[in-house]
Design a protein. Structure first.
Length: 110
């Protein structure tokens, strides 16, 4: 806090930085002189939209071919059907809920 008061007393809240006369009047001209000369802008490629369209077409053809190819996939009539009964579901549910003590009990019975 004492340092701030000391600096205020010495500098009296004035700005110690000064700008030379006419500096900002010619600032823009001096900056423009230092820039390199502009080159002509490159022409926009007209081919780019066609490339996007071709890429979309290739992707669409790939997905349509993949959808319709279905090589070596059996139909529902060719797949073996398994009879699912309530007892089968109960046994599966019991099997899933088995823990270590149940496993030891089953092994001890055999």
């Amino acid at each position: 806090m004492n340092e701030e008061k000391y600096l205020e007393e010495r500098l009296a809240k004035r700005n110690p930085f000064r700008v030379p006369e006419g500096y900002f009047e010619s600032f823009a001209d001096r900056v423009m002189e230092q820039l390199p000369p502009q080159q002509q802008k490159a022409k926009r490629m007209v081919l780019r939209p066609w490339m996007y369209a071709a890429a979309c077409l290739v992707v669409a053809v790939f997905f349509v071919a993949a959808y319709f190819s279905r090589i070596d996939t059996p139909t529902n009539s060719e797949m073996p059907q398994m009879a699912v009964t309530d007892t089968y579901m109960d046994e599966a549910a019991d099997y899933v809920m088995i823990d270590n003590t149940d496993i030891y009990a089953c092994l001890a019975e055999n």
